[in-house]
Write a new protein. Structure first.
Length: 273
């Protein structure tokens, strides 16, 4: 059983320009250009990876399809920021997050959940300041502008194009574009993509995307050929559950990790390649 819902979430946290003495800090703080406008901070195309502490998610049902939500936690950087870069302690950001939340029930009290979407900067407040950089009225105008942009993108998207705010009727790997090379390699290995060891991150991403597109183009009556999954014991329970769900293994929601591994191995033996 899965529950799928679009989510609008406002969250305060921040990163602003700070003075730095080393090369890492200088590159971060130097002015850059994007579509004719100047900006500072992380360059366009770069990415962050964070670990979120066990947080608190609260929700209240308003209508059959509408919930009010609240989420609070502390996030920690997976790596280390270049010395002298990033926001001074006390800096705040106001982000508008427009995301799709996919939730799959694992057992009576557990769900596997992931969020896929976009976030937009609404305003910031520098450390030591009591005011945001823009007034409330201006912030509301920016929120409307961002949401109108989302709506326009949805209207202009091709019928078969995957967008961050819909489920899609074909196979989809959530967060695919955010995975690093090692993670993409593992996905490519699961799909038995040839020559993957020689591919760059961009090439792995393209190859995986192509396999999804090819699968979509196959006739619906064509039986899917399953490839043996190696190193099942190294996968998380959530990943094993996803595999069991794809292979329609009955009773999977009641299984422990070892039981999921054994069930998947038994299914491999019965699969005709």
């Amino acid at each position: 059983m899965s529950y799928i819902s679009p989510v609008l979430l406002l969250n305060n946290e921040g990163r602003l320009m700070a003075k730095g003495d080393n090369k890492g800090g200088e590159k971060y703080n130097m002015f850059k250009e994007f579509e004719g406008s100047r900006y500072s901070g992380m360059k366009i195309g770069a990415s962050h990876k964070w670990y979120y502490d066990r947080g608190e998610w609260r929700e209240r049902k308003v209508t059959p399809e509408n919930w009010d939500i609240y989420y609070e936690t502390t996030k920690n950087r997976a790596g280390k920021a270049p010395e002298g870069s990033g926001a001074p302690v006390g800096t705040e950001y106001n982000w508008l997050i427009v995301a799709h939340q996919r939730v799959s029930k694992l057992d009576a009290n557990s769900y596997m959940t992931c969020l896929d979407g976009k976030k937009f900067k609404v305003a910031h407040k520098r450390a030591g300041k009591n005011r945001w950089n823009t007034k409330e009225k201006t912030q509301r105008k920016k929120v409307i502008q961002f949401l109108e942009q989302v709506i326009q993108n949805l209207k202009e998207a091709d019928e078969d194009e995957q967008v961050p705010y819909t489920v899609g009727e074909v196979e989809r790997i959530y967060g695919l574009e955010h995975k690093n090379k090692a993670e993409l390699y593992e996905v490519a290995a699961e799909r038995n993509i040839p020559n993957r060891s020689k591919m760059s991150r961009a090439e792995l991403l393209d190859a995986i995307t192509n396999t999804i597109s090819q699968k979509k183009a196959e006739p619906t009556e064509t039986k899917r050929t399953e490839q043996p999954d190696e190193k099942l014991t190294n996968k998380s329970k959530e990943a094993l559950y996803d595999l069991a769900q794809k292979r329609r293994i009955k009773g999977r929601s009641q299984m422990k990790k070892k039981e999921l591994v054994n069930a998947l191995k038994e299914r491999q033996k019965k699969t005709v390649l």
